[in-house]
Design a protein around this ligand. Structure first.
Ligand SMILES: C[S@@+](CC[C@H](N)C(=O)[O-])C[C@H]1O[C@@H](n2cnc3c(N)ncnc32)[C@H](O)[C@@H]1O
Length: 273
């Protein structure tokens, strides 16, 4: 059973650890993120293909003066990065500690004047007007909020007509990957409060198609989802060679059989309202 209070407390504890870090470690911008994606020792390395596709979608249009919502912002990397690109950013998260951390990162990155924070459950966005945002980005967070009634309707409401929703998500159409996720969660004793129970699948993509006039889907990583087995070990050259091989095999397989794309493990979705 999910409960926003437990999820909030769980993420408060996760993000509190980062508050002790010195300011220079909290700086974020495009260069820092790209460096982290290329650094096998950084957690972003594992998701580098997902993050690169998300970045391409987010930076496809100039962000100067745009009103952007980082939805379920967590430690705020993305929202602060988008502020360094000129956007006016709102960080939104259930966890007040996430917001405190995000605002500190905005100060450390020199964009405090363009970033505000709102600690709130995404199922009630009454503090925002209809169509308040030009762009909403949700990285690994929509699958957390969809389980709460009204969250999806609220998300759609706050995007202006013609505005954009970009999602970087885990894709849940593949029964084998889903079973592996469940086993991993059990083995790692992942707490239910982490709220990872729902992943985005065809049903949620259909829901998006009903509310957005244009929905572009970029699935990625089929065999390469085996990367999860090597979490924390990408500094080993043989692990990187293996991952590179799996990514190349995916490229061939998905070009040969495009219908397999829906079974990939990760996806970037760009939807225009
Ligand atoms: C997996 S984290 C992703 C964080 C961040 N977007 C990132 O990519 O690092 C999911 C986030 O969603 C937030 N969240 C979960 N349920 C929420 C809700 N109902 N309203 C707002 N945020 C929520 C959590 O607090 C958490 O920070």
């Amino acid at each position: 059973m999910y409960c926003p209070q437990f999820e909030r407390e769980f993420y408060d504890r996760v993000y509190a650890a980062h508050l002790a870090r010195p300011d220079h470690e909290l700086v974020v911008n495009r260069v820092v993120l790209l460096d982290q994606m290329d650094n096998p020792a950084a957690p972003a390395y594992e998701r580098r293909r997902l993050y690169r596709a998300a970045l391409d979608s987010l930076l496809a249009e100039p962000l100067e003066g745009r009103s952007v919502l980082d939805y379920g912002c967590g430690p705020g990397d993305w929202g602060v990065l988008l502020a360094t690109e000129g956007a006016s950013v709102t960080l939104l998260d259930l966890s007040p500690v996430a917001i405190e951390l995000g605002l500190r990162r905005a100060r450390a990155s020199g964009v405090a004047d363009r970033v505000r924070g709102v600690a709130r459950d995404a199922s009630d966005l009454g503090c925002f007007a209809d169509g308040e945002f030009d762009l909403v980005f949700a990285c690994a967070s929509l699958h957390h909020t969809l389980k709460y009634p009204a969250a999806f309707a609220e998300l759609v409401r706050v995007i202006r007509p013609g505005g954009k929703l970009v999602l970087a998500e885990t894709l849940g159409n593949n029964p084998l990957l889903n079973a592996a996720r469940r086993w991993r969660a059990r083995l790692e004793r992942e707490p239910v409060e982490q709220g990872e129970g729902i992943v985005l699948s065809d049903a949620e993509i259909d829901l998006l198609r009903r509310h957005f006039r244009q929905v572009e889907i970029v699935p990625m990583n089929l065999l390469a989802m085996a990367k999860r087995l090597f979490r924390g070990r990408f500094t080993l050259p043989w692990v990187r060679r293996l991952l590179g091989g799996l990514e190349q095999a995916d490229a061939w397989l998905l070009a040969w059989r495009p219908e397999l794309k829906r079974y990939c493990g990760e996806v970037v979705i760009t939807a225009v309202k």
